[in-house]
Design a protein around this ligand. Structure first.
Ligand SMILES: Cc1cc2nc3c(=O)[nH]c(=O)nc-3n(C[C@H](O)[C@H](O)[C@H](O)COP(=O)(O)OP(=O)(O)OC[C@H]3O[C@@H](n4cnc5c(N)ncnc54)[C@H](O)[C@@H]3O)c2cc1C
Length: 388
């Protein structure tokens, strides 16, 4: 039987797997990626595409370790988007170069303190009324408005661009056929003995860890109930803060052909809406929109929801991890990036680890497998059959 020995075998083609594949290949490693369904098909395609720079984290609990870890991410992504980074994302559509943050009152003084901090300087600016963009330039809007230097990306164009660059090394396989033994692994008649394995399958990591008989690291899942609104809506990329510093609503927009727009709603609405039925969540979302943006007319817009899990390394109390995670044992590495924005940092950590362990590229081209290449996952609103 023909045995393939890539330097690195990655499981999972979300942002973590794809970014690491491209970086490891550039470093000269032979890399293969195995995907169970479609590239980006877990959380990555469904994410809001916000390249966080720490503002949200800073607001939640002052300047913490996680704020420092994420503060560099927008610049790293901007370089990649300009075609000047480690990964060429110059073909990716940037939906908005920045986001707005508005407060419906109550916490303005604490906002001012956070935004005055050294870490946030140059990352947030307070807008004067004359600078308010639509739809905040309406006379009825009475909050304060800030601009965050955090871009919002079209996740479909991001994953399409990465898929085009990575596809020759990506294969679709049936996880049911995966057998793991001491010497390597087998999928049907295919025998692989990779020098290193990276489990980057998001929520699928739990099952893969079981295959390898690994009890650690443990995974946690935190649910979200997102809302999608479709209609003739203005473009909007904004967080709304209510009485606390946790975004009450985070709105990103996605233009559709024909002039309609999708509003994709996250934030507290999505976190607290996990116990609601889709119908109840739609009512809650409409109530929030009417309260927070009373001068806009949502009556002809239609809605749908998406229930989805965020997969992360387990933390005490099930809180959001501070940073991206890379762990594992022996030849098996395990990762959860925690945020789409952390993908470049995660790939750096993988490469540093390979270097530290003295793993030199074996050289040669990545082997070709007799398996199909995976398709690109559809966007959440492309999968909705009934809008209400
Ligand atoms: C609704 C939502 C909104 C978000 N918004 C943002 C945001 O705006 N900004 C941000 O920075 N982060 C955001 N996040 C977080 C971010 O999306 C995730 O941290 C990130 O996408 C995780 O990437 P990943 O590659 O680890 O996993 P995933 O994207 O889940 O990819 C895992 C891949 O592995 C595949 N897979 C599963 N099981 C197996 C298996 N057994 N074998 C092989 N392959 C397998 C899946 O099909 C999938 O393609 C959001 C998350 C959610 C859910």
């Amino acid at each position: 039987m023909n045995v393939l020995r890539p330097d690195l075998l990655i499981f999972g083609g979300g942002i973590a797997g794809l970014w690491t594949l491209l970086r490891a290949r550039q470093a000269g490693y032979t890399v293969l990626l195995l995907e169970s369904s479609a590239l980006g098909g877990g959380q990555s395609i469904a994410s809001q595409g916000i390249i966080h720079g720490g503002t949200k984290y800073a607001l939640k609990g002052g300047i913490s370790k996680s704020t420092h870890a994420i503060a560099d991410m927008p610049d790293i992504w901007r370089d990649a988007l300009a075609g000047e980074g480690d990964v060429d994302l110059s073909a990716v559509r940037v939906l908005s170069a920045h986001q707005q943050l508005w407060s419906s009152g109550g916490i303005r003084s604490s906002l001012a303190a956070v935004f005055a901090s050294k870490l946030m300087q140059g990352k947030v600016s307070s807008l004067a009324k004359a600078q308010f963009p639509p739809p905040f330039n309406a006379p009825d809007f009475r909050g304060s408005l800030y601009q965050l230097q955090e871009p919002v990306l079209d996740t479909a164009s991001l994953l399409r661009t990465m898929r085009e660059q990575a596809l020759s090394a990506c294969y679709q396989y049936d996880p049911e056929k995966l057998q793991v033994d001491d010497a390597g692994l087998q999928i049907g008649r295919l025998r692989l003995q990779p020098r290193r394995v990276l489990l980057a399958a998001g929520g699928g990591n739990a099952g893969l860890l079981e295959r390898w008989g690994m009890e650690r690291p443990q995974m946690q899942q935190r649910p979200l109930h997102m809302v999608m609104l479709k209609g003739r809506l203005p473009a909007m990329y904004a967080h709304c803060l209510g009485a606390s510093a946790v975004p009450r609503l985070t709105i990103t927009s996605y233009p559709l052909q024909g002039g309609e727009m999708i509003w994709y709603l996250g934030g507290q609405l999505a976190e607290e809406g996990v116990t609601r039925t889709p119908a109840q969540q739609i009512v809650a979302a409409r109530d929030e929109l009417v309260k927070l943006l009373p001068w806009l007319d949502f009556s002809s817009a239609v809605c749908a929801t998406l229930q989805i899990q965020r997969a992360e390394v387990a933390t005490p109390g099930g809180k959001r991890p501070d940073d991206c995670y890379l762990g594992g044992e022996g030849q098996i590495m395990v990762t959860w990036p925690t945020k789409l924005a952390f993908a470049p940092r995660l790939a750096d950590l993988v490469l540093q680890k390979l270097k530290k362990e003295g793993l030199k590229p074996a050289g040669g081209a990545s082997p070709a497998l007799s398996l199909p290449h995976p398709p690109l996952a559809p966007l959440p609103w492309e999968q909705v059959s009934t809008w209400s």
